[in-house]
Write a protein that binds this ligand. Structure first.
Ligand SMILES: [Zn+2]
Ligand SMILES: [Zn+2]
Length: 120
């Protein structure tokens, strides 16, 4: 039986966070770029809505859904929007700041340890 060579063998993996060439691996053994090697893929959801479990096999990282079974990483990344956590935090922070801009800023209260009232 002739087994055709797997197409795409030797391809360069892309970082799931920024689509750049993956030259490093994160702690999940997912190929990532240097700047995202501290990021992890988490809270991924299956297309059915169930949370995906991250698993590691002979062929790399894959995901498992309780309903749909195993899902390869490429598939999982297709229906999950992957964003580096750092960017998410900045984004929600900006959103928060924008929401606060309409409210009057509370006056900052600083209690100094050398303030005599502090010890009352
Ligand atoms: Zn990246
Ligand atoms: Zn599923």
């Amino acid at each position: 039986m002739h087994i055709p060579k797997k197409y795409g063998h030797g391809k360069v993996d892309k970082c799931p966070f920024c689509q750049k060439h993956a030259t490093a691996m994160n702690e999940q053994k997912v190929p990532v770029c240097q700047s995202h090697k501290d990021e992890v893929l988490d809270n991924l959801k299956c297309i059915c809505g169930s949370p995906l479990e991250t698993l590691h096999g002979k062929f790399g990282t894959f995901f498992s859904c309780v309903k749909c079974g195993n899902i390869n990483m490429r598939k999982a990344l297709e229906f999950n929007e992957i964003k580096p956590r750092m960017h998410n935090e900045i984004f929600s922070q900006n959103k928060h700041e924008r929401a606060c801009q309409n409210k009057p800023q509370p006056k900052e209260m600083t209690v100094r340890s050398d303030d005599p009232r502090y010890f009352d």
